[in-house]
Ligand binder design. Structure first.
Ligand code: MN
Length: 495
């Protein structure tokens, strides 16, 4: 069975102690192996689960944590105390552990065997109190973690594990990741700025700038044969009119795509930003190129927005193998209906929306850009699919970064929008437009987001626990007065 993250592992770690004697410890190991094997072979679990020998002493625990830190493909630990594992034994290990940890509060036996239960059974099946001892030390040490409670074969447990493992895989992808900015920030824009040093210390990825001239050099070196081939590919993948097919702008877009891809591959970059104010030597704003590179998994942010580029990459990675897509997005314009419940946000950008969210074959078109004073850029035009979705953004509050999420319901457009030459999404934000947008603005939420059809609040919450990142959610339950208080209290909590 092929897993979405075939190369990655989570280690299944069971704690105990020597007090119980050989026979009980042998049973503990046997049961732990069964659980690890079940999880590893379950198709809901997106990584390989590796059984680790039961740890029984402070030395064994510290050695295991050291080993996990150094293991390249280990993205996290799933921990479980089948029996009682006195938790002072865990302090040294937990102090040095640098990999994400999930506490699986489960029990080998689903039910109490009413007629057979005796003290031997009680001695072995003690996670009800063994896991409490372990939970205490993690809380005492102020360590964030996800706790999942329930029988290990049950669907809700598997789904919670899947969510956290996806977050851990996204986190793993960020460690050492490189993002490149072509040019700097759009002049005077505030929210796309931020502390790149702090972000690298906190999130593990680095962001560095190249003057657009460095990219132009690579773009200019692209040869005609390559451009021919890529234009042929465009014609296969998209609706393309004869006029567009013969438009020199399309060939220029292909040249830019090839050059950008080459630049990103050579530098081992996982994402990039562009800036329409800084295109010296590029004939058009990279629209089609940004859309297609995003579709291939690169993170993207416009106007120098590196935080969103990294977030788009993260969410695409977390969503590996799931139906639906993730795209760079901007809240563009509103539809205030007389009935507030029917009010809508139209999300779009100048060009750069990812076709992974398209509901049909995109049209490839060439139109003038009303801003920036460059040649007419090629772009993909489409509607996004309808259904439950969310918008997420990361902003720099000064002293800390904040992840802000709003759940939305994407709706199919009732009208054709024949003159709108960009890809677009319509959505109703939860709980409704007035509360949602007021809350977003109070929280300092950016106009740039990652729009996702397959990442949930739980995925992002799991990520926030791993990253030690403030997370604020606007959803069906949001009430403005308590939301305002949450922001105030968080200012104290994260001081
Ligand atoms: Mn923008």
């Amino acid at each position: 069975m092929s897993k979405p993250f075939q190369q990655l592992e989570c280690w299944f770690v069971t704690g105990s102690q020597h007090l119980y004697g050989e026979e009980t410890l042998r049973q503990v190991a046997d049961h732990a192996q069964q659980i690890a094997a079940f999880l590893s072979s379950n198709e809901q679990i997106p990584v390989t689960i590796v059984y680790k020998p039961v740890v029984k002493t402070p030395e064994e625990i510290a050695a295991l944590c050291t080993e996990a830190n150094a293991a390249k493909n280990c993205i996290g630990l799933l921990t479980w105390m089948h029996t009682f594992s006195p938790a002072k034994m865990w302090i040294q290990g937990l102090k040095i552990l640098q990999k994400p940890l999930l506490h699986l509060h489960t029990q080998f036996n689903r039910e109490i065997p009413w007629n057979e239960i005796d003290m031997d059974f009680m001695n072995l099946n003690q996670s009800a109190h063994g896991d409490r001892e372990f939970g205490f030390i993690m809380s005492r040490m102020r360590l964030e973690r996800k706790v999942v409670t329930g029988f290990w074969q049950d669907e809700p447990v598997l789904m919670q594990l899947d969510s956290w493992i996806r977050a851990a895989a996204g986190w793993h992808d960020w460690q050492g990741a490189k993002f490149v900015r072509f040019g700097d920030n759009m002049r005077y824009v505030a929210v796309t700025e931020g502390d790149k040093v702090e972000a690298e210390m906190k999130f593990g990825y680095s962001v560095n700038t190249h003057g657009v001239g460095d990219l132009v050099k690579v773009v200019q070196a692209v040869d005609t044969g390559e451009i021919d081939l890529l234009c042929k590919q465009y014609a296969e993948e998209y609706e393309l009119s004869a006029a567009v097919r013969n438009d020199a702008s399309l060939r220029e877009a292909a040249r830019i795509e090839i050059g950008m891809r080459r630049f990103l591959q050579a530098g081992n970059y996982k994402g990039f930003t562009t800036n329409f104010e800084d295109l010296h030597g590029l004939h058009q704003l990279p629209g089609l190129a940004s859309q297609r590179l995003m579709n291939d998994g690169y993170g993207f942010g416009a106007e120098g927005d590196w935080k969103t580029a990294a977030l788009v990459r993260l969410m695409k990675t977390m969503a590996t193998g799931l139906k639906g897509g993730n795209s760079f997005m901007e809240d563009y314009t509103y539809h205030f209906a007389k009935a507030p419940a029917q009010s809508l946000v139209l999300g779009a950008h100048m060009l750069e929306i990812c076709p992974s969210i398209a509901n049909a074959k995109p049209r490839c078109e060439v139109h003038p850009l009303g801003i920036g004073g460059k040649a007419d850029p090629a772009r993909l035009v489409f509607n996004a699919g309808s259904g439950e979705a969310l918008n997420a953004t990361i902003i720099d509050m000064g002293g800390r970064l904040r992840l802000l999420v709003n759940t939305v319901k994407a709706v199919a457009p009732e009208h054709d929008l024949p003159k709108l030459p960009v890809a677009r999404v319509l959505w109703e934000p939860y709980p409704e437009i007035s509360t949602a947008c007021t809350a977003w603005i109070l929280a300092g939420g950016a106009h740039h987001t990652c729009f996702s059809q397959n990442i949930t609040v739980e995925h992002l919450e799991d990520l926030s626990l791993i990253a030690g990142l403030e997370m604020v959610v606007i959803d069906q339950d949001t009430k403005l007065r308590s939301f305002r208080n949450e922001l105030r209290w968080n200012d104290c909590a994260y001081r």
